[in-house]
Write a protein that binds this ligand. Structure first.
Ligand code: SME
Length: 156
């Protein structure tokens, strides 16, 4: 999949009312190496699983910030790429098929409001191009996430 075309398609999807789920579905369906794609949103001192698409549900629907690769990325505000999850002591196992993982924080200004979490079934499934692309997708999701939480707070 060509990253630039994917980015343009995702920017379009961001206009929809169910944008976050549509973007997750797009990432999962268009990138063969993105085996499981999920969004976690910050709620207090936890990350709470929101939209996701993959072959199975994860038991990790709430993760304390600072725990796991997911929690580490939020705590540091930096993208985490783990080429071999079996070698990372922070890794919280979800699926036996997962070999590698990328976690990309979603920012509003300097504040992390959530993250994209993607599991790969191959070792070293994610590289610098995925990081650059997904950081741009995270900027799109920041706007979507803010709209979603404003709507939620307003009871819409
Ligand atoms: N592996 C993550 C937990 C989330 S699941 O991959 C969906 C972690 O180490 O934080």
């Amino acid at each position: 999949m060509d990253y630039e075309s994917a980015y343009r398609a995702i920017a379009q999807l961001a206009q929809q009312s169910n944008a976050a789920q549509a973007i997750v579905n797009y990432l999962h369906d268009h990138f063969a190496s993105y085996s499981w794609v999920g969004l976690y949103w910050v709620e207090g001192s936890d990350l709470v699983l929101g939209e996701w698409k993959g072959p199975e549900a994860t038991e990790h629907t709430r993760i304390a910030i600072g725990t796991g690769v997911c929690g580490a990325a939020v705590a540091s505000g930096r993208t985490e790429i783990v080429g071999d999850v079996s070698c990372d002591p922070r890794y919280l196992a979800c699926f036996p098929s997962t070999k590698s993982e990328i976690v990309v924080p979603i920012f509003t200004g300097k504040r992390v409001i959530g993250e994209i979490d993607i599991d790969g079934s191959a070792l070293n499934a994610f590289g610098a191009e995925d990081q650059r692309f997904l950081e741009r997708v995270a900027a799109v999701l920041a706007d979507v996430g803010t709209r979603t939480s404003t709507a939620r707070a307003a009871g819409r």
